[in-house]
Design a protein around this ligand. Structure first.
Ligand code: IMP
Ligand code: MG
Length: 179
């Protein structure tokens, strides 16, 4: 794997090798397979970022379950509400189900709070949050994050599904912006 990559004119350095990511996913899968036993489970993967994480994690899940993919769509609300983000793509009836949200990264937590609020409207039995990466120092919310792959410092990363302006998602390893 290259030590440095260029994404849209910026230099990024190798930060977390794919092997470390896969070890973390093995641990997550073990915890989830244990905790979700006997539950009626739907995994909800948040596009675009989490598609690679979801594919790797879900193939390690052994409990009977379904998976779906949703997206946060931005649209202009009324002048009082400003920019609104709406969750699109839930066609399944998730009422009374155990929802496991799959996210690539939680930074401030603002995005996940939107998602949580909207998911609660579907009246699931319970919601568990799973994120591959968590910037603990940047998190400003107070909801619990139940399953974390790897905690990282407050730095900008790309690769493994995460992008810089749309690019870099296809990098197998995680790279960090050079200072
Ligand atoms: P939050 O709302 O601050 O938690 O930010 C979450 C969203 O910002 C994620 O879903 C990502 O799309 C994006 N994001 C946050 N940190 C990074 C990063 O280091 N690299 C790439 N995208 C990031
Ligand atoms: Mg995202």
């Amino acid at each position: 794997m290259p030590q440095k990559v260029n994404v849209l004119g910026k230099t990024f350095e190798l930060y977390i090798p794919e092997s470390k990511i896969h070890e973390a996913i093995d641990r997550l899968a073990e915890q989830l397979n244990r905790d979700l036993k006997g539950k009626d489970v739907i995994f909800i993967s948040i596009l675009n970022g989490s598609f690679i994480f979801a594919a790797d994690l879900y193939r390690r899940i052994t409990v009977p379950s379904i998976i779906t993919f949703v997206k946060l769509a931005s649209y202009q609300g009324t002048s009082t509400t400003g920019k609104v983000k709406r969750l699109i793509g839930i066609n399944e009836d998730i009422q009374n189900m155990t929802v496991v949200v799959l996210e690539d990264i939680i930074d401030t937590g603002v995005t996940m709070e939107y998602i949580l609020k909207q998911l609660r409207g579907y009246e699931p039995k319970e919601i568990f949050i799973t994120t591959m990466f968590f910037k603990k120092e940047a998190f400003v919310k107070d909801f619990p994050i139940h399953y974390v792959g790897l905690e990282i410092p407050n730095k900008f990363i790309v690769g493994y599904g995460l992008d810089y302006d749309g690019y870099g998602r296809n990098l197998k390893d995680i790279y960090v912006l050079s200072e």
